[in-house]
Ligand binder design. Structure first.
Ligand SMILES: O=C(O)C(=O)C[C@]1(C(=O)O)C=C[C@@H](O)C=C1
Length: 261
């Protein structure tokens, strides 16, 4: 017996059913976010961002993804959902440092935060840090490779800190690939996801060698930005750098999600 081929109309009815279900679920998600706003207000203070939670969600989503839909789209859709629902909880803007290219920075901002969240450009990291510091709860985007010792402005206790590193999902052909740090006014480490802590280190002189066994994420003369995995205590850094004139925590971020996992 030959099977009756499924008609185009039947397939489109299936697509309509799935789209209606997805839209319904998104609206239901919105209702949960309304409840979450009330719970967060009563339990906590400060910013709505939970970058550690966001990284864990991306890990789950990328880990279970299968099929013909490119993982880029899945990542982008959920980034926009999460960023937009964060904006619904408490409006914020994203400030991008365009010193390494406006197009690449815009791609990073739009891919991860969508179009509802306002995006403003700045000529350098220092301007971004000022904008974040002067805001109620805005985010800054600074390329990891930005010039100068920009991270030194994050040293004072009340100054903005690194709370995430983008892209969350690490793969060779990422569509918004420029590595960037996300800055915000200080949040607690648990919220940021503390897989990797960042330290600003100042060596006694510009020519001094970087400490062996530590990942130097950025360097400008004597100023270093060092990434310390969660397992490595900061005392190890201090021990390796007896001559350092300063070691300051400047934030933390979740480890990237590798893809394929
Ligand atoms: O889980 C939370 O605390 C939320 O605010 C929800 C949510 C989301 O939309 O899933 C939004 C913002 C946070 O950064 C993390 C997740």
């Amino acid at each position: 017996m030959t099977e009756t081929p499924v008609s185009l109309a039947d397939l489109r009815r299936e697509i309509d059913r799935i789209d209606a279900a997805m839209h319904g679920l998104l609206m239901e998600r919105g209702e949960i976010i309304s409840q979450l706003i009330a719970v967060k207000r009563s339990q906590e203070t400060g910013s709505a961002f939970r970058p550690g939670r966001e990284a864990a969600m991306m890990r789950e989503i990328v880990g279970r993804h299968r099929g013909i839909l490119p993982v880029d789209i899945v990542e982008s859709i959920w980034r926009v959902i999460i960023a937009t629902f964060t904006h619904v909880q408490a409006p914020y803007a994203v400030h991008g440092d365009v010193s390494l290219g406006g197009a690449a920075m815009r791609d990073v901002a739009r891919f991860h935060f969508g179009f509802v969240v306002p995006y403003e450009t700045h000529d350098d990291a220092s301007d971004v840090i000022h904008a974040v510091a002067a805001s109620r709860g805005d985010l800054g985007l600074v390329p990891v490779a930005a010039a100068g010792a920009w991270w030194r402005a994050l040293e004072p206790a009340g100054a903005p800190k690194v709370i995430a590193r983008l892209p969350f999902v690490e793969r060779a052909d990422h569509p918004a690939a420029m590595p960037c740090y996300v800055l915000s006014k200080p949040v607690d480490e648990a919220s940021a996801g503390s897989d990797i802590r960042l330290y600003s280190v100042v060596l006694p002189e510009a020519a001094a060698p970087a400490p062996a066994g530590f990942e130097v994420t950025a360097r400008a003369g004597a100023a270093l930005l060092i990434s310390l995995p969660g397992a490595q205590p900061v005392s190890a850094l201090a021990d390796a750098l007896p001559a350092a004139t300063a070691i300051h925590p400047v934030g933390s971020h979740a480890a990237a999600v590798p893809h394929p996992v």
